[in-house]
Design a binder for this molecule. Structure first.
Ligand code: ADP
Length: 183
């Protein structure tokens, strides 16, 4: 597995299916309605069972959902993880609508939720680069630099942030961005 050390924590990249990860929390690329959907969101609800959606329903009833750039936490049902952090990334609209800052914010708030619970290991998918259309070559450096910044600058208990990338093209984009981050 490819990675870099940032203080006591490591950022690692692997190709795979995030629903199989044994970590404290997996992050879902959710939508603001917390309604489930295709892509990684569908895969997480299918593998985790109906409890996760029931908790999402309760959050929706209480808070109206989850705004873009924010993140909320549920249990993980039948998954091996303890929690699912539902983060809402931006829909790509050409890059002039604050997409980069919203994507940074989705990663930052996911890590805040994890740090509040004193978690050590968190797995992320590539937020926004599927149905939401954010070009992966642009999203990868944003994702990695925001995680690095958080690990360097914020108070946390994290030891490993694992990016679990579903296909080769996405993995390659993150690999290139990690090399540039290191340089
Ligand atoms: P978004 O709506 O935020 O773009 P998507 O789920 O459509 O979310 O896509 C985000 C990324 O998640 C894409 O790179 C997609 O290939 C990937 N993905 C889909 N299924 C899985 C999975 N089981 N594990 C990890 N990543 C996945």
């Amino acid at each position: 597995m490819k990675g870099i050390q940032i203080g006591e924590a490591e950022i690692r990249l692997k190709q795979g299916d995030i629903t199989k990860e044994e970590v404290d929390a997996i992050v879902n690329a959710a939508n603001s309605g917390l309604l489930g959907g295709g892509g990684v969101d569908g895969a997480i609800h299918r593998a985790g069972g109906p409890e996760i959606m029931e908790e999402c329903r309760q959050i929706r009833a209480r808070e109206g959902g989850c705004p873009t750039g924010e993140a909320v936490v549920t249990g993980a049902g039948k998954l091996k993880a303890r929690y699912v952090i539902h983060a809402v990334g931006p829909v790509w609209q050409g890059g002039g609508k604050g997409e980069e800052e919203l994507l940074r914010s989705a990663y930052r708030n996911s890590l805040k939720r994890a740090a509040e619970r004193r978690l050590k290991t968190v797995a992320f998918p590539s937020i926004s680069t599927g149905a939401y259309g954010y070009p992966v070559e642009k999203a990868a450096p944003v994702a990695l630099s925001e995680v690095k910044r958080f690990l360097e600058e914020e108070e946390h208990t994290l030891r490993e942030i694992r990016f679990v990338l579903f296909n080769e093209e996405t993995y390659r984009a993150y690999e290139g961005a990690l090399d540039r981050l290191r340089a």
